[in-house]
Design a protein around this ligand. Structure first.
Ligand SMILES: *Cc1c(COP(=O)(O)O)cnc(C)c1O
Length: 376
């Protein structure tokens, strides 16, 4: 059997070991230390805006804390992009709140402003104003920032910007992660950079960032003994993980360039294949890190379905995967309200994510090419 070609796998740059060794040598083997501080500083200067970053144990934890900081409690309603990874929506459940799912639009595959506004008006008419909007930059593609921000302002509902897949993406030269009232990042093993597992919360004030860290470290009041007046969480990033993160920051831009080359590779590969379109930016305002390269297949024109292609790749030990299955179609979420018109359903039915890692080789690309050419 040939080696497996993964959708997206960890790609170390070289300095990660140095930072991790330093942590051992100085005995900073704890969920705090110089690497945690250093990684936060690296992220802050990378994101450039006047922002404050708190390093956490996961992106999911960051979304959970964001909802808590925005005051979401039991019985509240939270608007959430339906087409996403379940981690965007699960924290709504942790709070005992109700998710209201919204369809995508066809251009960025993210939160549809039209359905978002319809939903807000309808929820208000039904007697409850939603507490927050969770918007996602799927596969690294910025959502329609201007439209979503305008709606958020008009109705005074804050945005949690799920930038888990979009570190390094930007819109109008402003970094993803900095648009929402609170942004979140993920450094899970398959993301554009990894700390083996980890995440971050991006805030616009130091007060908010410090409050997030307070909650993430068991909400200890200022006292010599252990004193608590809030429910706390154990959500801080470890100094070992942060060491990996510092090394990864040194190669982030290089890895984004390589992922974007993978996207160009697929554009060339499918150039002459009828019915297949490679997901790309709709204008120069958008810059995707192309965390994953995705295609949409019109099976009538192409003569094959996304599932046929997935199985053909699997035969060659090449991983591919359907696009995120919308949350409103998931057994756990199907009883909650949904506002939409089949865009996310169709994307799920006809889309496929292809191997996109920054560590793929020419040999890998040749294997992908011949597997696909056999079919088309
Ligand atoms: C990965 C991911 C998350 C969760 O991040 P973790 O670090 O894995 O908890 C949230 N939202 C989206 C869109 C993701 O892809």
């Amino acid at each position: 059997m040939k080696d497996k070609i993964w959708l997206s796998s960890p790609h170390m740059g070289g300095s990660e070991r140095k930072f991790v060794t330093e942590a051992f040598d100085t005995n900073w083997v704890a969920p705090l230390g110089p690497n945690v501080n250093g990684f936060e500083k690296d992220l802050e200067s990378y994101l450039k805006d006047d922002i404050y970053v708190g390093a956490l144990s996961s992106g999911t934890a960051a979304i959970h804390l964001a909802l808590i900081l925005l005051g979401v409690t039991a019985g509240d309603e939270v608007l959430c992009q339906s087409m996403t990874f379940s981690a965007s929506a699960n924290p709504i459940m942790y709070q005992g709140a109700t998710p209201i799912f919204i369809d995508s639009e066809t251009e960025t595959w993210n939160l549809c402003p039209v359905h978002l506004e319809t939903a807000i008006k309808d929820r208000i008419a039904k007697g409850k104003k939603p507490k927050a909007i969770i918007a996602v930059h799927l596969y690294g593609m910025p959502y329609k920032v201007d439209d979503i921000t305008a709606i958020s302002k008009e109705y005074d509902i804050p945005v949690v910007e799920d930038s888990a897949e979009a570190l390094g993406s930007h819109y109008d030269n402003k970094m993803c992660g900095t648009f929402g009232d609170i942004g979140i990042l993920s450094f899970n093993g398959n993301k554009i950079i990894t700390t083996s597992g980890g995440g971050a919360l991006v805030a616009h004030t130091k007060e908010l960032r410090d409050k997030a860290i307070f909650l993430a470290t068991q909400a200890r009041d200022n006292a010599p003994h252990y004193q608590h007046s809030h429910v706390g969480y154990n959500y801080r990033m470890s100094n070992i993980s942060a060491g990996i993160g510092r090394g990864q920051m040194e190669v982030l831009d290089k890895h984004i360039a390589l992922r974007r080359e993978m996207n160009v590779f697929y554009k060339d590969l499918f150039k002459n294949v009828k019915g297949v379109s490679v997901f790309s930016e709709i204008s120069n305002n958008y810059f995707s890190n192309h965390w994953l390269s995705c295609i949409k297949i019109d099976s009538k024109l192409a003569g094959f379905t996304s599932e046929t292609l997935r199985l053909a790749l699997e035969d060659e030990n090449i991983e591919s995967r359907p696009l995120w299955k919308p949350m409103h179609l998931q057994p756990i979420f199907e009883k909650f309200p949904y506002y939409g018109n089949n865009v996310s359903e169709n994307l799920f039915k006809n889309g496929l994510c292809l191997p996109s890692g920054s560590n793929l080789t020419d040999t890998d690309r040749d294997r992908i090419t011949s597997a696909i050419q056999k079919l088309s």
